[in-house]
Design a protein around this ligand. Structure first.
Ligand SMILES: CC(C)(COP(=O)(O)OP(=O)(O)OC[C@H]1O[C@@H](n2cnc3c(N)ncnc32)[C@H](O)[C@@H]1OP(=O)(O)O)[C@@H](O)C(=O)NCCC(=O)NCCS
Length: 195
């Protein structure tokens, strides 16, 4: 990733959200959020197939923080500013340092869908990627059946770029599936694609 990555701040804000790298001590909040959301998340994420314990979640947030410090990745947790509740997870994942390009992934805690929170988060993370992290390209990859995820990408101003047929397996059933790609280039961003 860009050599300046060490200087990236570990948190930033949108209107309603504090968006920051998970830290030691966040394991309990993540544990609770994932436990509440498990049935929904299982459909889309291999990591959500089995519920894991509090210790594993705490270990995970420590690994997230280490990866951020080591310049390997930028996992992100989303907190509602008004209440401090952890309402979801995301990440500005480093994909190609030569471009540089990044992938954004995301999930919302049950009870927090339908409020525009993820579109707001993706817009803020996209802005961070281009303005602070020096991205030339950011993309979002969605399962062909994940209509809510596709809607987030489009709402945030990403352009549908294409479909990779049978490129992955469904997280729950293991069936082959197609992935849809939504991208934003620096020139899209500068032209104001981002809503
Ligand atoms: C994908 C996921 C994050 C999308 O959540 P979402 O709530 O649909 O997306 P947003 O937070 O952007 O909210 C958009 C909805 O809020 C509504 N909304 C309300 N206030 C809004 C506002 N201020 N701004 C934008 N939308 C608003 C929109 O109309 C939309 O509602 P609709 O779905 O009825 O059209 C969520 O479904 C999820 O966690 N899914 C499981 C994990 C997953 O699939 N992750 C993606 C893997 S690629």
């Amino acid at each position: 990733m860009p050599s300046s990555i060490q200087k990236l701040p570990e948190s930033f804000e949108s209107l309603r959200l504090l968006i920051r790298v998970p830290r030691p001590g966040d394991g309990i909040m993540l544990f609770e959020a994932i436990n509440e959301s498990h049935e929904r998340l299982k459909a889309w994420f291999p990591w959500a197939q089995e519920l894991t314990g509090l210790d594993e979640r705490e270990l995970f947030v420590r690994q997230c923080y280490c990866k951020y410090l080591l310049n390997e990745d930028m996992p992100l947790a989303l907190f509602l500013k008004e209440t401090g509740v952890l309402v979801g997870g995301s990440g500005l994942h480093y994909r190609d340092s030569h471009v540089p390009s990044f992938e954004i992934g995301y999930w919302l805690r049950s009870g927090y869908e339908g409020k525009g929170l993820m579109s707001e988060a993706v817009q803020a993370i996209t802005c961070f990627a281009f303005e602070v992290a020096g991205a030339n390209r950011v993309y979002i990859r969605c399962d062909m059946d994940n209509l809510r995820s596709q809607a987030v990408a489009l709402r945030a101003g990403y352009v549908y770029e294409g479909r990779m047929r049978n490129s992955e397996r469904k997280a729950d059933s293991g069936d082959l599936t197609d992935m849809l790609f939504y991208g934003m280039t620096r020139s899209d961003y500068e032209k104001g694609n981002q809503k």
